[in-house]
Design a protein around this ligand. Sequence first.
Ligand code: 173
Length: 324
Amino acid sequence: MKLFTRIAGALAVSALLAASPAGAKEVVLKAVTAFQPGTLINLPFENFVKKVNEEGKGLVQIDVMGGPSAIPPFELGNAVQSGVIDMAFNTTAFYANLLPEGGALKLSDYTMQELRENGGWEYLNELHNKKMNVWFLAATGDGVPFHLYVNKPVEKADLKGLNLRVTPVYRAFFEKLGAASIQTPPSEVYTALERGVVDGYGWPIQGVLDLGWHQVTKARVDPGFYDVDVNVLINLDKWKSLTDEQRAFLNKMGTWLEAANANNEQINQQEIKKQADAGMVVYTLEGAEREKWLDTAREAGWAQVLDVAPETGPRLRDLLAKPN
Ligand code: 173
């Protein structure tokens, strides 16, 4: 072989290597979370980032730029939609402005593993792609119910006379039972309670003590309702720019994150005990009141989804709700 041909051949091989996935450059994804770092609701994401950064060296890394003080939670959806950041850990309630029917996810009767089997995830991802330009990588929160926390007695499925802090998770339900509502991000809950601006608030079973709210909360109302969803979203242009290998790796990490939802039952029990140890009491609705509570939650939730999304709501209900 002539020298020239050998050099040309070597150059061609190195050019090929540079373009192939194996030779791809490491990508660093800029992420922001809607939840306070160091708190229970954010913990699955912190574990996810740690694992990606350990196992994804040379391939994919995540750089967490901050939490709710970096980007306000209700603006985080826009930031990941536009590509100001590449990744967000965010709940559908905080991006209801972009994907109003996202509220269906909290009403799902299926786990994420089941939704990946029955087409539910695929449709949710399609809606996230089309309406907010993000890839719906994975969801945390399965097995974590929401509750009403109050400073006034609640003995029945009746919330008349109460002024409650809400997000889109709770509004339709609490209002249906007669409450007045005021929306705030989590960062304003403590002060609203301390000043008596609200008589209570909606929040998951996990994380009440993380933000000191037990100091200004008398009671929890049982049973809980719905299921938390806090999701890893990736800007769709960024997702498409990744190599097959990078996408496959992130999908594998997403599956790992969703498998960790199995820990939630145990964490819930620990949280219930911590709330009791902190002196919080429990108003437990029973019998017909319990049924009314849960039925109203579900019906008000789906009615709201169908109202804001008459085109996509029915299919979401078919995919996410078990027949009665
Ligand atoms: O209450 C909230 O701020 C809220 O909607 C939410 C959603 C998911 C997890 C934690 C809180």
